[in-house]
Design a protein around this ligand. Structure first.
Ligand SMILES: N[C@H](CCC[C@H](N)C(=O)O)C(=O)O
Length: 273
């Protein structure tokens, strides 16, 4: 079966997008997703994105990390899908129904309401999620926020100096996080600017993480460190995050279509054999 795809990215966080709103796909097993996402032997991407019909919204977006695991939210992909769809829409995801609005060269996404309860992150046991009484190798007292997916956020003096490639996977898989976690290290530059690097659950270091930018901005606002509209600059570039007075998170930033292609499904399904 020949499958068309669109290669897209948001600030360098890249996706293979499969539009299955008209024609359904074979079952998306983890091994097949990982084979497609593999940068050496597959097409290569941080996440595989599949668009499907929805009963409850204009359409549905399924998100698979490059390790094959299906997850609840992807901010950068939401903007990419908004660019692809070309007009405002309600988008069903496993984490929430979100509102996408294409804008010049990108999109604004209403990511819904943040959640802070320990069991909504989720954590394995009760604790304060604004300043958690935990630490790993010099990274201490983070915040935790769920923005459809789970994030832990460390505020540090210089996020570029943190060995995220070694400490990220340790924290991602710590038993404190029953569904694992996205690991954010952030530096407050001013009341309007944050610098951020992210070790993503199931994908590792990425050039940008939209939900990470949302979670980090909200955590900084909860701590009174920044205003309610802030620019979060990741290695791939900036996103504007606003926490509205009616408790919704608005994320605005670029999205890019790189190229279109197609592949033979069995070339990857065979990887599963
Ligand atoms: N790794 C994330 C999903 C992708 C999030 C990121 N690519 C974004 O733009 O939000 C997770 O497992 O929750």
């Amino acid at each position: 079966m020949r499958v068309p795809f669109i290669k897209m990215h948001g600030l360098g966080n890249d996706f293979v997008v499969l539009d299955a709103r008209e024609d359904s796909l074979p079952a998306l097993e983890a091994a097949v997703v990982a084979a497609i996402a593999n940068r050496q032997t597959g097409i290569g991407c941080d996440q595989l994105i599949v668009l499907e019909p929805s009963e409850t919204a204009d359409f549905r977006m399924r998100i698979f990390n490059s390790d094959g695991g299906e997850v609840e939210a992807c901010g950068n992909a939401s903007r990419a899908v908004a660019l692809l769809h070309g007009r405002p829409a309600q988008l069903e995801t496993a984490g929430a129904t979100i509102a996408i609005s294409p804008a010049q060269g990108g999109a604004t996404v209403d990511m819904g309401e943040p959640r802070f309860d320990w069991n909504a992150i989720p954590l394995a046991y009760a604790m304060d999620t604004l300043t958690m009484p935990v630490g790993w190798d010099g990274l201490d007292n983070p915040a935790a926020v769920n923005v459809g997916n789970p994030h832990v956020i460390f505020f540090v003096g210089n996020c570029d100096a943190v060995p995220l490639e070694t400490i990220g996977p340790q924290i991602e898989r710590d038993p404190l996080f029953p569904e694992r976690v996205n690991v954010n290290v952030a530096t407050i530059e001013s009341r309007e600017a944050i610098r951020l690097r992210v070790w993503e659950r199931g994908a590792g270091l990425t050039r940008a993480c939209g939900t990470g930018a949302c979670a980090t901005a909200i955590a900084a606002m909860r701590r009174g460190l920044v205003e309610r509209t802030v620019i979060v600059t990741l290695p791939g570039g900036p996103l504007t995050i606003e926490w509205t007075s009616d408790n919704r998170i608005l994320m605005t930033g670029p999205a890019t279509e790189s190229f279109r292609g197609s592949f033979e499904w069995d070339d990857f399904a065979g990887a599963n054999a």
